[in-house]
Design a protein. Sequence first.
Length: 445
Amino acid sequence: MKPELFGLLDLIIGFGWFILIVVIGLYFRLRNRDKPHFKYFMPLLFFKLGFAFLFGLAYAVVIEDGGDTLAYWDGAVKLNQLFWDSPTNYLIELSSTPTSETITDRFNLSTGYPPSWIYIESESFFVCKIISVFTFFTLNSYLALTFVISIFAVMTSWKFYELVKDFKFCPNWVLVFATLFIPTVAFWCSGLSKDTLVLGALLMLLYHLFNLITGKKKFNLSRLFLILFSLFLLYNLRSFMIIAVFTPLIIAVGVRLIKSISQNKVLVYGVKALLYSLAIIVVLYFMGFLGGEGIEGSKYLKEVANIQKDFAQNKLYTGYRYDLGITDYSTTGMLLASPIAIITAFFRPFIWEANSVFLIISGLEGLILLFFVFRFFFLNGNFLKHLAFIRSQEFLIFSIIFVLLLGFFVGFTSGLFNVLVRFKAPLMVFLFIFFASRRPRKIEG
């Protein structure tokens, strides 16, 4: 069922929320008019709202069945109706794990039934649960709900920009572009989608963790709550992201510690040994060895293989496909395929592979990234000195390990270019910042 995106009531409610969001944004901007970096806030707000609208329009009008976005909206509306039918059942549904057998336990003809294919997938129905809370304020309006969800994208992107804006190893315009104004990231991660919640949770988590690591902010209960809430979202939406975050974070914390104790060589070696040990433990857990099953028993690598085979073989997934040429789905075969998977995640679709406007834009972003990669390796002066500088920067260390881990997962599992562009959105921020990094004396302006 598609919403009446251009229905009078939906337009009135949606336009009302748009005006309210803009007014609040202007108030926020005026309160901080003495801070120079706030000149980007209103452009960011309109940028995200605009792409959120385009995203919602595409799924409501262009895509034949509305895809998962319309299913998320429909599921949230059914949960809203369940609340008015029985608040108790609504709360039970929010806290329970859905299965194909439970859909009729609390939903009925008067509430309507959420899309079954969304309901039985716990990660997807979790999106419905989250956004159902906002249906009470948007009166089930698809357009209004799209704008409200985009606020999460705006604020988490903005906070992350405030974290990185003072980094001296990267030109400010790159930081602004990477954190606020990448077009494909804005399209896929500003509207009513799982990707919006995943990227927002990731940026919120890293904002608070890195502020604590660098000592810019003090620990308090509200910060703890937001960290735990971010982890809660990631665990329920895309649990692999937690491993992708905390593996490099351990190393980043160690880099920070080593800088603070650099005069004590014994402590430095001790911290390094501890870091390497923790990193090895995480890798062994990821590979399945700590569970006693060995590399072929890795839960996460099995999940990666299953997702890849599903996208490659399931004809229900339509769109322009790519093939990594993988025939060996054993863990060893997957690891051997990791370089091509990572390159795919970083740079594809290539411009000649694009067959739609947004794939062309993604291809152009890939070309820009290739330019930064070329400059990183060949135009940064003494490359060994540049690597030594990177080793001293905890954020850059985190970024490269994070994009390699997540890049393997994204490149290997996506199968379709449209899915690839969605899944790689969290990578783009860190890829641009890392490959644009230079020793501070080399940055002009």
